[in-house]
Design a protein around this ligand. Structure first.
Ligand code: SF4
Length: 331
């Protein structure tokens, strides 16, 4: 079997923000993740879990406090290394708010041309044609670029910002809540286009959202983030059918389902308890212990280790570490 190629790998990635009072916000605290060619990794977490901070480090907007970001075997965080234009082009980001990517004072086409000039080094008529090709590639009419961002709909604006990102010819697109500001029907159209684009270009996606139901439609694997750490990582099918971490079970319990059949299929309900603590005062042991309905004595004292429970399904919880220890002792 042909080995899957990694587009990006992050190892022990950390981002700490020091505060004036001497305390530290541990926004991302030792994350390991990888994304393969043509794959979508869904990154899910509540607000404040560190998902956007990971995105900003991967794209180069934030410097990592520690750890490494490896793009196709090349360490982008190597000491003193500033990213080259090519390295910047390889990883692009699409934000929730497209105005971060499309200049409101420029016609849509001009924003795309700006990125094309920067990364592709083309000029004149060729530039204009390439910008129109990119609009067409995301499902917008070629003449659409004559509009200003404020005069077009939210879904079209988001597709235009995908076209802008594609102007740099990336292999990895970070999609940071790209559809959360859109109506459901528009959201579906944008997601369909993103899936189509991925298939055509073998793109890798890091899809960030707090909306788990969206993950069913787009992710190949899903990672759950809690207070700056990954607590579960699994292939999407396993993730929805056999969630293991109590926090994942809690999140899945809160998704509305459309049919009785889906309700029957749903894993046992775990009731949501409390709020996510502040990343300035991360609780000792398992960071989720204050909200966990099945916590044990060890949970507030020791940090659980990430372990692989079945093919590609990882969980970080003492429940499974203890089960593993009991199995080992018996054998
Ligand atoms: Fe709950 Fe303990 Fe597992 Fe944390 S380690 S999720 S507190 S059982």
């Amino acid at each position: 079997m042909e080995e899957k190629k990694k587009t990006i790998e992050v190892k022990n990635l950390k981002k700490y923000f020091p505060l004036k009072n001497g305390k530290v916000v541990r926004a991302v605290d030792g994350v390991d993740l990888e994304i393969y060619e043509g794959e979508t990794l869904g990154l899910v977490g509540e607000s404040g879990s560190g998902k956007s901070t990971i995105a900003y480090m991967v794209v180069g907007m934030y410097k990592a406090t520690d750890g490494s970001i490896i793009y196709r075997g090349e360490d982008l965080t190597a000491r003193g290394m500033k990213r080259t234009k090519e390295q910047k082009g390889n990883i692009q980001i699409v934000f929730q708010d497209p105005s971060s990517a499309l200049n409101p004072r420029r016609k849509v086409k001009k924003s795309i041309e700006f990125t094309l000039k920067l990364h592709g080094g083309i000029e004149g008529k060729e530039l204009e044609e390439k910008a129109e090709d990119l609009l067409e590639m995301v499902g917008l009419p070629r003449e659409f670029g004559e509009n200003y961002p404020r005069s077009i709909g939210g879904g079209e604006r988001q597709l235009a910002s995908v076209a802008r990102a594609m102007a740099a010819d990336p292999s990895l697109l970070i999609l940071d809540e790209p559809t959360s500001a859109l109506d459901v029907s528009v959201q579906a159209k944008v997601i369909r286009k993103l899936i189509e684009l991925q298939k055509e270009r073998n793109l890798s996606y890091l899809f960030i959202t707090h909306d788990l139901s969206l993950m069913r439609n787009i992710a190949d694997r899903v990672a759950i983030l809690y207070l700056g750490k990954v607590c579960e990582l699994a292939p999407a099918a396993d993730f929805f059918e056999k969630p293991l971490h109590p926090y994942t079970q809690m999140l899945l319990s809160s998704i509305p389902v459309a049919t009785d059949e889906e309700e029957m299929m749903r894993p046992e309900k775990v009731i949501s308890k409390g709020e996510i603590p502040s990343p300035v005062n991360v609780p000792p042991g398992c960071a989720f212990h204050m909200r966990c309905p099945v916590k044990m004595d060890i949970c507030s004292k020791e940090l659980p280790e990430m372990m692989e429970v079945s093919g590609g399904h990882y969980v970080c919880c003492h429940k499974y570490c203890q089960a593993e220890r009991a199995d080992t002792a018996q054998n």
